[in-house]
Design a protein around this ligand. Structure first.
Ligand code: FEO
Length: 393
């Protein structure tokens, strides 16, 4: 239920945050968002009143109320649609209805196609790389950033303000009452930014590096994101994180992910975790029933080693592990090494299937699959430990 007194928040002179806070959202197309999110939109009061992005449709009233707290929406002349995904463009039609003279700026051809498919024929104006417009005292320069996170995506730079309106890039799913990075816990926002990158942008490292290059020459004093906090005090920090994350750099860390039926695969997972630790490689231990996939993926993203375990059920791997491996494969991880493990009663097919899926996800197999019938013996556990200690990593 929307408060009826939503107000715009000034983030720079005559530039306002007019977005919405989604405190309750816990699932963003399958990505578990334990801290909710925000849909950030920005209003610039200049000769041509400009709105950058809208919000998810359920938050149209909140967006319009915040805009109306500083200006009649009918006066908006420019709407910049950075990205067609409906968490940003969802209220385009509602805002356009209130601002009939507004042009909606989008990329050509993907923005144009996507917005038309979703919202019909509105007053679109297509832009391309290098295009800019004057809105009065300020200029808006458009930089397409395809695949960050859809083909249509773009960011907008205002040189007079040195503000980058970055949409999905540099954002995080975090509902907060405080709009700026320095008003929130830095460790929390960086963890959420990493989780966002891992779950949304991991497949697009090359495109992220291209975008970082395109933005490299810009002087930036504020990054006004599409989700979460606005960066003003830790800009170098988040840019450095994106440089690292997009490079595919991994650390000497391991992640052990498993499901278990009667604790045998669980015992193997514990043994493997401890074996990595004996090599001074910190290992995160995830019973897949206890932790959301999006959190597990966040750790895998920057950990070099990955061990995945499943017992055999109905001649298959556990459906939980199958879903995890399907998700992992889609995110196209790079620079990972790993192996499969699991226990079984009779068939034992699951472990080979897990190994196949790891290979097809691009994980280099460094140890032949570990298969143990029934309950592992002390000797078998010692043998597994020795094998991991003997690996030439
Ligand atoms: Fe926040 Fe790709 O939408």
């Amino acid at each position: 239920m929307m408060m009826n007194n939503c107000k715009a928040i000034e983030i720079s002179e005559n530039i306002y945050w007019v977005g919405a806070v989604d405190w309750s959202m816990r699932n963003f197309h399958g990505y578990e968002t334990s801290r909710g999110s925000t849909y950030n939109a920005y209003l610039i009061l200049d000769e041509k009143i400009t709105l950058i992005d809208t919000a998810k449709i359920n938050f149209a009233d909140e967006l319009i109320a915040r805009i109306s707290s500083v200006v009649d929406p009918a006066q908006i002349e420019i709407i910049v649609s950075s990205h067609v995904e409906p968490d940003h463009s969802g209220a385009s039609k509602e805002v356009a209805a209130l601002a009939p003279n507004a042009e909606i700026i989008t990329t050509n051809p993907n923005g144009l196609k996507g917005l038309t498919a979703r919202y019909g024929k509105l007053n679109y104006k297509a832009v391309k790389a290098g295009d800019s417009i004057s809105i009065g005292e300020r200029t808006l320069q458009f930089v397409p950033t395809p695949m960050l996170h859809w083909p249509d995506s773009m960011v907008t730079y205002c040189p007079e303000e040195k503000i980058l309106f970055s949409n999905d890039a540099f954002g995080e799913h975090l509902a907060t009452s405080m709009r700026f990075d320095d008003e929130n816990n830095l460790e929390t926002i960086l963890r959420e930014a990493k989780k966002y990158y891992a779950n949304i942008l991991m497949p697009f490292g090359k495109q992220a590096q291209t975008a970082l290059k395109a933005l490299g020459g810009l002087e930036i004093k504020m990054i006004a994101t599409g989700h979460g906090v606005i960066w003003r005090s830790h800009i170098e920090k988040i840019l450095d994180c994106y440089k690292k994350w997009s490079s595919g750099e991994v650390e000497e860390r391991a992640v052990v992910v498993f499901d278990s039926m009667w604790h045998s695969t669980e015992i193997l997972a514990q043994t493997i975790t401890e074996a990595f630790a004996k090599r001074n490689i910190p290992a995160a231990y995830y019973d897949i029933k206890a932790t959301p996939l999006s959190d597990i993926i966040t750790d895998i993203f920057t950990s070099k080693y990955l061990a995945v375990g499943s017992p055999t059920i109905n001649n298959q791997m556990m459906p939980t592990i199958a879903a995890f491996l399907c998700y992992l494969k889609g995110l196209r991880p790079v620079n990972h090494k790993g192996f499969a493990f699991g226990s079984y009663g009779w068939g034992g097919q699951s472990i080979g299937y897990v190994e196949d899926e790891l290979k097809s996800a691009g994980v280099e197999i460094i140890l032949d699959k570990i298969r143990v019938a029934n309950l592992p013996t002390a000797q078998q556990l010692d043998d597994i430990t020795e094998k991991i200690l003997a690996l030439d990593l």
